[in-house]
Design a protein around this ligand. Structure first.
Ligand code: ZN
Length: 104
């Protein structure tokens, strides 16, 4: 397990389309659903990244349809467009919420 640890709370803000993760270090990740969809790392999406280059556009209307924790690995996220093959490891979710360029 990385130093990131597991989030102590997972709050899905459906109205604003934001998934909030609260980490043991006291920080929080506020991840727009559309961003999570765009950064899906399943085989299908990675293939598309390679052929089209870069990240697909974030669709603001996309919403999370289901959140399924996978023991200590991370989250399986299902989206309103029916896509639900992506596994998001905890460290990856933490990284998405803490861009290296951001200074607190
Ligand atoms: Zn995917």
């Amino acid at each position: 397990m990385s130093a990131t640890g597991l989030p102590q709370a997972i709050v899905d803000h459906q109205a604003s389309g934001v998934l909030e993760l609260r980490w043991p270090d006291g920080s929080a990740s506020r991840l727009p659903h559309g961003l999570l969809r765009a950064r899906c790392r399943c085989a299908g999406c990675q293939q598309r990244h390679r052929t089209e280059g870069g990240h697909p556009e974030v669709a603001p209307a996309i919403r999370l349809a289901a959140i399924q924790p996978i023991s200590d690995q991370g989250l399986n996220l299902v989206f309103s467009d029916g896509h639900g093959r992506g596994i998001y490891p905890w460290a990856y979710l933490h990284e998405l919420g803490h861009p290296a360029a951001t200074t607190a």
